[in-house]
Design a protein around this ligand. Structure first.
Ligand code: ATP
Length: 351
């Protein structure tokens, strides 16, 4: 059981600031996912924790001890990368047993431990194969087993599933989550895949341009985004935004008036609402917002309708049988529980 703390960690290369001061506490046994667009600093954060990169300032603590200047091999952390390098001339069992050799473990014990790890990832029957005779997903699992045999204090995983097809990714995701739960090893996982982040994480960190924009459980960041960036980054489709202003407890946009009781006034505000929180009102009934249908996208289990609201477009998720004509006017109701307000200028959530 290991906890990790970052204290005001920064990283710059020349004039490029990759990380602004990052403060972070990762408790024992947590599965923490770093999520954000390309170049936001996820990998740099992880490499600093691993000791593969030195912070420009700040400190990294492991169980309270300062490890900022320790070598990677002195940290007892196992990394699984996107490009899992297996030794091509060694059979699977020897690949997995390899880290144990460095520790001076006897051959019979090494093989027993490696086989147990292969069993955990469901690959014991493949122990005698060479890596080239395995599928991409199986090789990935060998890499995971090799990380497992080390019984590290921390797992560091950087996009470990990105080379796999959609089906294998799903299967491996379940595998990784299961193993992490079973072993209870503190895990830090970098991805730009939202589904991976939402399904694996105890907590997700959303990063943008070297800064943490929000930390929370998957439900918290999806339901309660702190700012426009997080709201617009998560979800497929992402949250819809309607520009307007807030005055005296009401949001106004064109002819629309929507209750915003208790919300701080703002000259320029954005009403945020997710596709699933918008419903089509029966003909003749009043709604919150009238829109013009722009395109209709059946997805099998639902119909996504893209519509103009006068100041832009929104996407709503309707019943699979709902197939309006392009150009038709439709009245919508915005579920009050699904509405979030943001300040347009700062991007901050208005409460
Ligand atoms: P991706 O999802 O594309 O891997 P990331 O969020 O992991 O992105 P980082 O790899 O941490 O991003 O990079 C953060 C920033 O630091 C980027 O602007 C990147 O170009 C820069 N950077 C990373 N490594 C170096 C380096 N060795 N020298 C100079 N700049 C670097």
């Amino acid at each position: 059981m290991t906890e990790i703390t970052l204290q005001s960690v920064t990283k710059s290369w020349g004039t490029l600031t990759a990380l602004k001061p990052i403060d972070l506490h990762i408790p024992h046994g947590e599965f923490l996912v770093l999520l954000g667009p390309s170049g936001c600093g996820k990998t740099t954060t992880m490499r600093i924790i691993a000791g593969l990169e030195t912070a420009s300032s700040g400190a990294v603590l492991k169980d309270g001890a300062d490890i900022t200047n320790r070598l990677p091999r002195e940290r007892n952390m196992a990394m699984v990368f996107q490009n899992y390098a297996l030794y091509p001339h060694m059979k699977v069992l020897d690949n997995v047993a390899y880290p144990l050799r460095a520790r001076g473990m006897a051959r019979a014990d090494r093989e027993k431990t490696a086989l147990a790890a292969l069993e955990k990832v469901g690959l014991a029957p493949y122990a005698d194969r060479l890596p080239k005779n395995l599928s991409g997903g199986q090789r990935q699992r060998v890499a995971l087993a090799r990380a497992l045999v080390r019984s590290p204090d921390v797992f560091l995983m950087d996009e470990p599933l990105s080379n796999l097809d959609a089906k294998l990714r799903g299967a491996m995701r379940a595998e990784i989550k299961h193993i992490q739960r079973e072993t209870g090893i503190t895990t830090i996982y970098v991805t730009h895949d939202q589904i991976e982040a939402m399904t694996l994480a105890d907590r997700v960190i959303i990063m943008e341009a070297g800064e943490i924009r929000q930390i929370g459980t998957p439900d918290q960041i999806y339901d309660d985004p702190d700012n426009l960036f997080v709201a617009g980054f998560l979800g497929s489709p992402p949250m819809n935004f309607i520009p307007g202003d807030i005055q005296d407890g009401a949001f106004r946009s064109g002819n629309a008036r929507i209750a915003a009781a208790g919300i701080t006034d703002a000259k320029e505000a954005q009403l945020g609402i997710r596709a699933e929180d918008i419903t089509v009102v029966a003909e003749g009934e009043a709604g919150d917002l009238a829109v013009t249908v722009y395109s209709v996208e059946p997805t099998g289990d639902a119909t996504l309708v893209v519509a103009d609201h006068g100041k832009g477009r929104l996407v709503l998720k309707a019943d699979k049988h709902f197939r309006p004509k392009i150009g038709a006017t439709v009245n919508l109701r915005l579920s009050p529980n699904g509405i979030r307000y943001f300040d347009s200028a700062s991007g901050a959530r208005l409460r």
